[in-house]
Design a protein around this ligand. Structure first.
Ligand code: ADE
Length: 224
């Protein structure tokens, strides 16, 4: 799977995919992340990519031209399944969207900055708009990193234990159950006995009950 990301601050994205599971996914050739500097596609002086808003008001607006140049240039080599704009007014990202996007072959993510992006770019080039939550970030880069990580780990073969993504929180609208490891007793805090029983049927039942309990307590909305 290819995830291309257009940004004015490529440095922000140099870290998140260079470690751990994202690194392994790329080393195995299952995921390719390509960070593209928008300034390479502007024809304006001093690599300008933004300008004052028509009609006045505070903040700068990203111009359509460099963005259109960048997207059309990338589209010469690839057909994108989705061209996604990261924006706080998009649909809220969740595990279901991550699952859907993990089945795609080529995704293009566009990181916004400043006050926003010329609406004509959104109207004519963007196929999907996604927010990572009801708060405003300084730019779309961290949101793009969240999408890439959440999608990348779902690509078959990326996680060592294929079932571990299936038991993640949210995969069946349930939060994950508590987990424990050695030592069996720390101070006087013991691991629940059932987990030491070796009875996998009982353990599965216990985990399911704990998942339901935790979801009822913390996220009853998921059970609706
Ligand atoms: N850019 C700024 N805030 C954002 C958010 N919450 N989600 C996605 N992109 C953003």
């Amino acid at each position: 799977m290819n995830i291309d990301i257009i940004t004015v601050v490529p440095d922000i994205l140099s870290g998140p995919f260079s470690h751990s599971i994202m690194k392994r996914a790329q080393d195995k050739g299952l995921l390719k992340v390509n960070v593209i500097n928008l300034r390479d596609y502007t024809t304006y002086a001093r690599a300008q990519v933004d300008d004052y808003p028509f009609g006045g008001g505070a903040g700068m607006v990203m111009m359509i031209e460099p963005l259109a140049n960048a997207v059309e240039s990338l589209q010469k080599d690839k057909t994108y399944d989705d061209v996604i704009f990261l924006t706080p007014d998009g649909e809220t990202f969740n595990q279901k969207i991550a699952n859907t996007l993990s089945l795609k072959k080529n995704l293009l993510l566009i990181c916004g900055h400043y006050k926003g992006v010329d609406q004509r770019f959104r109207d004519h080039f963007i196929t999907r708009e996604i927010s990572v939550g009801d708060y405003v970030l300084s730019g779309g880069e961290l949101a793009a990193a969240i999408l890439t990580d959440a999608i990348g780990r779902l690509i078959p073969g990326v996680l060592n234990d294929e079932t571990s993504a299936l038991s993640d929180s949210f995969q069946d609208n349930l939060l994950a159950p508590p987990v424990y490891t050695r030592p069996e007793t720390f101070r006087d805090w013991k691991v629940p006995e059932v987990l030491m029983s070796g009875n996998h049927k009982l353990i599965d039942e216990w985990r399911h009950e704990e998942s339901v309990k935790r979801t009822q307590q913390r996220r009853p909305d998921l059970l609706d």
